[in-house]
Structure formats: C-alpha cells, structure tokens
Design a protein around this ligand. Structure first.
Ligand SMILES: Cc1ncc(COP(=O)(O)O)c(C=O)c1O
Length: 364
C-alpha cells in the first residue's frame, strides 16, 4: 500500500470508521437490506431472470444506442410509464449511475442546484459534477429553502433536489411545500424516490404519486435495487419530450453497456409484483411502527452518536442473531452514528419484537 494510503487508512481506523466486508450466515435475521417487499428470492422473479438468460444470453453486448436495446427494455419502460403515470422514462444501470449523470444533464455552469443537507451521496456527486453553483438547505427546513431561493435568483436555471424518503432516517421530505416554493420561484424539481418506490403511494408508485404531485414534479428518480428486487435505476418525467433528450444526453446511459436481459426481465416482474403488493405494503408499515410508532417508511434509525459504541452495539445484536448495520461518517455526519433498522415483508412480528427486546436490554 502506498505511504499516503497507509496514513489515510490508519486515520480512518483510529476514528472507528473502517468498514469491512462481511458474509452473513443464512440463519441471521437481516435487518439491513432494502429488499423491502422481499422480492429478490420470489420464485416468479427468479424464473423471469433465468428464462431471459436462457433465451437472450448473459449480456446485452453494447450500449442501448448501439445494439444493446431489446424488446424487454421497451416493455420495462412502457410498464414504468404506466406505473409512474408519466410520458417519459429512461432506465439506467443503477440508481447511483443515473443520479450522477442525470443532474449534469439537467443543469450546468451558470445554473444553481439546491439540495437538502441529507440527500443521498449520488445526488451530491451529481450536483458537484454538474458544474452548477451548489446551495445546501438545512434538512427539510422550508424557511431555509426559501431563503436560498431568494439568494439564488440571479442564476439562469435552478433545480431543487431531494430524496422523498431519506435513506438514513426514513423520514419524508415536505414535498407539497417544496413544489409550492419551486413554482413560486420558477425552479425545477428532482425527487429521488429510491426508498419510496414499491413501498409508499398508490400501487407503490411513491410519495409524489401519493401527494398527487405527478403533474408538478419535473423528474423523479428511482432504483430497481430496493423494493423492486432487481438492479438498475430509472428517471420518470412529466415532460413528454424529455425521454429522447435524456436518452441522448445522460452519459451514464450513452456510454455504458445496457443491462443484461436477466436483470431487465426481473425488473419487469418486480414492477408488476410490487404494484400488486398491497397487503405487503400495509404489513411493512405495521412492522416499522412496532420499532417506532412514528415510523413513516420501512427505515427506522436508532441514533447512538459515538461511532465506536454504535459498532459495538451492532456486533452485540449480531451475536444475538440479528444484523442491524452501524451507519457512520461519511454516510451520516460525524458523531451522528446510528443503527439503521430496515424491515421487510419477510420479517415476522416475532423477529421485530426480538430486536426491540435486545435493544432495550442494551439500554437504548
Ligand atoms: C436515495 C438513494 N438514491 C440512489 C441510490 C442508489 O441506488 P442504486 O443502489 O440502484 O445504485 C440509493 C441507494 O443506496 C439511495 O438510497
């Protein structure tokens, strides 16, 4: 390891922030996954993926604009237009790759991008890459957002960016107010629904649909890798002409090999199953409310603060047969470490009760 890397690594280690890969044994109750509806092992998902591999092979061979496009891709995008009730949709190879390359497509130098302090890293990275002036407002603070909008009036165009369900705290952004302010100050909006799609809203269509904001929000991004049980990301837009523009300009799509047929087939099935998973969605929220009666999504944070203590508690829980990850800097602010509990529809109420009992014993 080069000297600089050794120094940097030992700094990370000293502050209790070194992360390591782990292999969870199959008898551990996994309370870390984003597979909220428990679809990734669903027999119909597995069958769709394996049939597509048998028929079309293991790779798409090139980017979509060359020869990587397929009927499966077209079918997926068509089902997403129905699902999100918008005219324009584009699939990318992951939620991260999408956010990082979509934002620089929407705004550029001379524009402003305005983000909530707690947005996901992919949105921060996309905002930085865009070359637009970056403004940050305090988490879910609408007074602060309005001040930023007043301060940034001289920029050519402005894009407000937020998660709908925040990935580390599971709370929901005040989207009605954000959309109101965006209209008042002529800004555009991009809402990341990664943790809402499949989990919240009519047929799992997300918070934007739940609040009847589909015709007002400019872009929503989502991922297939969470409740939809597959892999990939997609953007949905109310602007009819956006699809062709985005296909031609989102660099993570233009310059990247299309997803393999197995993944696209699983995504088609994931969207179908998620839409019908009405009971699972209800059950999921019931489980979340056992952990915290104020929970509004499948993510429930238990804030510990100190990094090392948080890791120790996570290890104690693992020894009791439950995996609840310790989320630390840089994912959350320093000193704001937390256990991030995420429930899924395959958990039993006993699983969740056991977690609560162990957490109480630890004194949290
Ligand atoms: C809010 C949010 N956006 C985007 C992503 C990235 O999605 P993907 O896992 O498909 O790259 C995540 C995943 O952690 C996320 O939490």
């Amino acid at each position: 390891m080069p000297h600089w890397m050794e120094n940097s690594q030992s700094e990370i280690e000293k502050s209790g922030l070194l992360r390591k890969l782990r292999l969870l044994s199959s008898d551990v109750i996994d309370m870390s996954s984003n597979d909220y509806l428990g679809l990734r092992r669903h027999p119909e998902m597995v069958q769709a993926a394996s049939e597509a591999t048998q028929r079309f092979g293991t790779s798409s061979g090139s980017s979509r604009l060359i020869s990587g496009n397929s009927d499966l891709y077209m079918q997926l995008e068509s089902s997403l237009r129905n699902f999100k009730k918008v005219p324009s949709v584009l699939v990318a190879s992951s939620g991260y790759a999408l956010n990082v390359s979509l934002i620089p497509t929407l705004i550029k130098e001379g524009d402003a991008v305005i983000i909530d302090r707690l947005v996901h890293a992919s949105l921060v990275d996309g905002a930085k890459l865009s070359g637009a002036r970056l403004f940050v407002y305090e988490h879910a603070d609408m007074n602060c957002l309005e001040k930023v909008l007043k301060r940034s009036e001289r920029y050519r165009r402005r894009l407000i960016v937020t998660d709908s369900v925040f990935s580390m705290d599971g709370d929901i952004a005040p989207l009605n107010e954000i959309v109101y302010l965006a209209e008042k100050y002529s800004a555009e909006t991009l809402i990341d629904e990664a943790h809402a799609t499949g989990v919240i809203g009519p047929m799992g269509a997300g918070v934007v649909a739940e609040l009847n904001l589909t015709d007002k929000v400019d872009y929503t991004t989502s991922t297939f890798s969470k409740a939809l049980g597959s892999l990939g990301g997609f953007v949905a837009s109310r602007h009819a002409s956006a699809e062709s523009y985005l296909l031609n300009s989102v660099r993570g799509v233009v310059f990247s090999t299309a997803l393999p047929p197995s993944v696209i087939a699983a995504s088609i099935k994931g969207v179908e199953l998620a839409q019908g998973a009405v009971d699972k969605r209800e059950y999921l929220l019931q489980l979340a409310k056992i952990v915290d009666k104020n929970a509004v999504s499948a993510i429930i944070p238990i804030v510990v603060g100190d990094e090392k203590k948080c890791v120790e508690i996570s290890e104690i829980l693992l020894a009791k047969g439950m995996f609840v990850p310790a989320v630390r800097f840089p994912t959350v602010a320093r000193g704001a470490s937390r256990l991030r509990v995420s429930v899924n529809a395959n958990h039993s109420t006993d699983n969740v009760q056991l977690l609560i009992a162990e957490i109480r014993k630890i004194g949290l």
